[in-house]
Ligand binder design. Structure first.
Ligand SMILES: [Zn+2]
Length: 70
């Protein structure tokens, strides 16, 4: 019984196409607190075709270990 590790030959992770984050527009909404107005939402822009009355998504920005949501 031979148990050779199959699939180890193609261990070329570099060959994997680096899927760069799509160039989707960012929301960019500033934080509602004046003191945090320099914080801008890093979430993708909201769908402009979303149904009327649909609430905004939860804006989110990560700054190191600090995560801001509003
Ligand atoms: Zn947002």
């Amino acid at each position: 019984m031979t148990t050779k590790a199959k699939g180890k030959a193609d261990d070329e992770t570099a060959a994997e196409p680096a899927k760069v984050e799509e160039q989707a527009p960012r929301c960019g909404a500033p934080h509602y607190l004046p003191a945090l107005a320099h914080i801008h939402c890093a979430e993708p822009a909201q769908d402009p075709d979303r149904a009327p009355g649909t609430p905004d998504h939860q804006h989110r920005h990560q700054d190191g270990e600090a995560i801001y949501t509003w």
